[in-house]
Design a protein around this ligand. Structure first.
Ligand code: SIN
Length: 281
């Protein structure tokens, strides 16, 4: 008999998991069901959780080692937790554009776990797009053309010296660290095979992908724009309206997400734990 009840939420992704208390240590059988739910639904919601930073980290560690973000200041005393805050007087939010987390790393992260500490009365939803569906709906000729190609990823346009989080016109709680190091580039296949499901997906995103390897930016742009449009087609998107104390985990290897910035004048605070991943193939 199953230990958790799974309530599917969206056609493209998303499920709410009932019967899990993340403040308690998780046995192997329960963890196996949670991990399978993540593989099946890509974005899993744990409602009404009351967890400390250490308990959030302990849950993340069930999936692997935790990431320490090279460019974002952590929650004091917890290097593995991002404190994602937008104050009522700020205009710039964190994650307000389509992206997969940290694809600028040679080994991009497996997934992220976001805990809703303070949510606006209205607005501040997050959307996720299913990147498997983008691959599934392409023609065989397009799949064949993209198959051998790689794309170049960098943190520079977001966290670098000219990035949005150091622009003095947009003061924000989440400031860039180590801006010089953000220029580093890495290459990943455009079509990635998920290491656990074995399914193929499109692995480029507008925040961190700058061009197709071996092509100029103008040559790359129409192909990348086409791929971004496929990934974020409305039919491929799940949108979550947050409730206080929701914990949401997503599979970063096969989704992209977008934090809506439609709640100026209200406060929003989230804690994010991010699990390290492996090199895409
Ligand atoms: C993120 O991009 O990790 C933040 C998502 C959110 O705040 O909804």
């Amino acid at each position: 008999m199953a230990l958790i009840e799974i309530e599917p939420l969206g056609a493209a992704a998303g499920a709410r998991l009932h019967g899990v208390d993340l403040s308690q240590p998780m046995g192997d059988n329960l963890f196996g069901e949670v991990r399978q739910a993540l593989l099946d639904h890509l974005v899993i919601v744990f409602p009404d959780q009351h967890i400390s930073p250490d308990q959030q980290k302990a849950f993340g560690q069930r999936f692997g080692s935790l990431n320490i973000h090279p460019h974002v200041e952590p929650l004091p005393g917890h290097p593995e937790i991002l404190n994602i805050v937008k104050e009522p007087d700020e205009k710039l939010n964190f994650g307000g554009g389509w992206h997969s987390d940290m694809t600028f790393l040679p080994e991009p992260v497996l997934g992220s776990i976001l805990y809703a500490k303070d949510i606006p009365a209205r607005g501040g939803d997050t959307m996720w797009a299913n990147a498997y569906l983008a691959y599934d709906c392409m023609s065989q000729a397009m799949k064949d053309m993209l198959g051998p190609l790689k794309a170049v990823h960098t943190a520079n346009e977001i966290y670098g010296a000219d990035g949005i989080y150091v622009d003095p016109r947009h003061p924000a709680s989440d400031k860039s660290l180590e801006v010089e190091a953000a220029v580093a580039e890495t290459e990943h296949p455009i079509i990635r095979t998920h290491p656990e499901s074995g399914r193929k997906l499109v692995f480029v995103n507008p925040a961190f992908t700058t061009r197709i390897a071996g092509m100029s930016k103008p040559e790359s742009k129409p192909i990348l724009s086409y791929l971004y449009d496929q990934i974020t087609r409305p039919e491929h998107v799940f949108r979550h309206r947050w409730s206080a104390n929701d914990v949401v985990m997503w599979d970063n290897r096969c989704t992209q997400h977008y934090a809506l910035n439609d709640y100026h004048g209200q406060r929003r605070e989230m804690h994010r734990v991010t699990v390290n991943g492996d090199r895409p193939f």
